[in-house]
Write a protein that binds this ligand. Sequence first.
Ligand code: UDP
Length: 353
Amino acid sequence: MKVVTVVGARPQFIKAAVVSRALLKYRTDVREVLVHTGQHYDANMSDVFFDELDIPRPAHHLGIGGGTHGQNTGRMIEQIEALLVTEKPDWMLVYGDTDSTLAGALAASKLHIPVAHVEAGLRSYNRRMPEEINRVLTDHLAGLLLVPSMGASDNLKSEGIVGPSVRVVGDVMYDAALYYREKARRPAIPVLGDLHDNDFALCTIHRAENTDDRARLGGILDGLAALPIAVVLPLHPRTRARMVSAGISFPDNVRVIDPVGYLEMVWLEAHCRLVLTDSGGVQKEAYFHGKPCITLRDETEWVELVEIGANCIVGASPQAIQQAFARMLTCEISASVQPYGTGHAAERVTEAL
Ligand code: UDP
């Protein structure tokens, strides 16, 4: 059996790392052909993950990045279609909700190649998010929907997607958190030299709804400035560019660093006091590492964590960030409730294929 896997963005490299390893381990009858669209292309947003996480080198690198959503998606579909005609796979495997996900799903389904979607069924119910459009469309094209939680399965049900094509496999990011925890390492970055365990907050900001809205981005930075703790901010290149163009400066308590590799990110998550983020993946990883999370958005796809009190949604208001910080500091996270499976999601994915 041949599987073409399309990845292109940071979180997809991490998810693909655990599934590719499981495919190699459990399915010797499967040949995986990895395609990197080039959506994320900086060394610290792409190469570092391939180097550190033992991801097979992509067989095809499309070098498509830096354009608008329409430009990128269109160029990806064209090139993925051409290589699918040559590769003739049995499955197209896609992850998450990026333009690369949708391009892979569209190109394959028009060629009648079945699509398997890892992280299917998530919804923010906010169609202004490009990710929401990508994931809804991909789910409706997919023939195999690999779902991380019961809630995601219910979302699909409400859109009429039911039956044996929907498999609740758990979250491959939980597998990754467990597998790489042992390999985590402290970032050797001078500006973090004096930080002690539990003495800093960890923050990431990259969603367009925050980066492309000056008032929201400024509000978040004001909120961080008011926190009585050092904040480590591994800064996404898009956020950095937007801050420069919007003339927003970094508060004194914020330690800005370049994006780090996954092993360093896991270390930061495991040793911080609390997480503030607009990332989907980082919300869950906070929980996996026993840390409270403040979500800098108006909604989340990972509703289970809000329901169990491990995550709170605050948007971008400085006051809401401050109030949530005071509240979440005392929150005890118990990993006894695990809504995202048992850490064997990648095996379940290989079985389902
Ligand atoms: N991540 C990382 N280095 C960083 C910031 C994030 O390795 O500097 C990882 C993080 O641990 C998580 C993933 O990137 O596994 C999340 O990706 P991102 O926030 O870009 O996307 P989202 O999850 O929101 O789709």
